[in-house]
Design a protein around this ligand. Structure first.
Ligand SMILES: Cc1cc2nc3c(=O)[nH]c(=O)nc-3n(C[C@H](O)[C@H](O)[C@H](O)COP(=O)(O)OP(=O)(O)OC[C@H]3O[C@@H](n4cnc5c(N)ncnc54)[C@H](O)[C@@H]3O)c2cc1C
Length: 317
């Protein structure tokens, strides 16, 4: 007979870990977390720059923590260490390199499919975030220069002419980080950086004021062309400029294919769920960034995890 887990969590980011730890704390055992990457928190590992300041009140949103996890301001490294400690202290099985393709409902729970194999669980929580597919603009990326059009800081060197596209906290943090050792322009379609948190607003104002960074506000890109290995950025007013590298920091998308294959309904681009984060399929929940159009945060994901853990505990009594 195949083992039946009590709880399976798909994705080991903050929302997944929050759900796992809070469920364990409330007495649930037999919990498994399935992560497609080689370790937990692949969004933090890939998209946060090294030594990044991690704000608890991300994007200026103050979120009071409901559960037992004590998450405070820190850095990328201290945050990952903290999640390591949480997982070390509790008996939660973390299976890595296990990308879940779909979930199907059975009479006694769910079957979760990863590659050629599957596991069974009574309850399932989907916490796969939105950064598996970062947002892309509508215009095309010329294939010959795709290696210098990216969504993280990977491969950025020194002395390059770089354009960062976006105007939220992530874009500002990338631009400010790079501008010490590169010639950086930030291109944003709005006229101010007012959506960013106050620290990032102050940092970008300082970098611009001191001449380390150029801001192109109210600016839309029309298309990109390849030009001898560089990127020719053509703006909607016809003006163009050449760059060595482009970095897009414009958020992520809902994993609609995954939701559809698992029978989870979507409305207005987001998975449908009730106040307990339970989807249209009883016993199948969603938590974290996947429930947000934008504006998800670590603290919010932890709170979703606590809410789901508390609800499942009440159901199991
Ligand atoms: C550049 C940047 C800076 C940020 N800075 C902050 C900050 O300072 N403070 C803050 O609170 N928030 C910050 N955020 C937001 C924060 O990182 C997210 O809100 C948070 O990570 C969301 O947690 P999550 O668990 O919902 O999803 P994620 O963290 O995205 O985790 C999802 C996990 O699921 C895995 N996964 C995906 N698909 C599958 C699959 N099919 N099968 C198995 N596993 C899968 C992924 O590999 C990943 O590990 C930042 C985000 C970015 C991009």
């Amino acid at each position: 007979m195949q083992k039946m887990y009590e709880l399976a969590i798909i994705g080991a980011g903050p929302a997944g870990i929050g759900t796992a730890i809070e469920s364990y704390t409330l007495g649930m055992r037999n919990i498994v977390m399935l992560e497609k990457d080689d370790n937990h928190n692949s969004t933090i590992r890939k998209f946060y720059k090294d030594n990044k300041r991690v704000d608890r009140d991300w994007k200026g949103q103050k979120v009071d923590l409901d559960g037992t996890i004590y998450f405070v301001d820190g850095t990328k490294e201290s945050t990952l260490d903290y999640f390591d400690t949480l997982l070390d202290n509790e008996s939660i099985e973390l299976k890595t390199h296990d990308e879940v393709q779909k979930i199907t409902k059975r009479d006694d729970g769910f079957e979760i499919f990863m590659g050629g194999e599957s596991i069974l669980a009574r309850y399932v929580v989907v916490t796969i975030g939105r950064m598996g597919k970062p947002n892309k603009p509508e215009y095309k990326f010329p294939p010959s220069i795709k290696n210098v059009i990216q969504f993280t800081l990977d491969g950025c060197g020194t002395g390059e002419k770089i354009m960062v596209i976006g105007g939220g906290d992530s874009a500002i943090e990338y631009a400010v980080e790079l501008c010490d050792r590169n010639d950086v322009t930030i291109c944003y379609r709005r006229d101010t950086f007012s959506r960013a948190n106050p620290i990032n607003q102050a940092n970008i104002a300082k970098a611009i004021g001191e001449g380390h960074l150029i801001a192109m506000l109210n600016t839309e890109i029309k298309e990109l062309e390849a030009d001898s290995g560089r990127v020719k950025v053509i703006f909607s007013d016809g003006y163009w400029e050449l760059y060595d590298r482009l970095i897009y920091a414009i958020g992520g998308t809902t994993p609609s294919g995954f939701l559809r294959d698992s029978g989870i309904k979507e409305e207005n681009g987001l998975p449908v769920h009730d106040e307990h984060y339970q989807t249209n399929i009883p016993g199948l929940f969603v938590a974290g960034d996947i429930t947000q159009e934008s504006g998800g945060s670590i603290a919010l994901g932890l709170n979703h995890g606590f809410a789901i853990a508390s609800y499942i505990r009440a159901l199991s009594k």
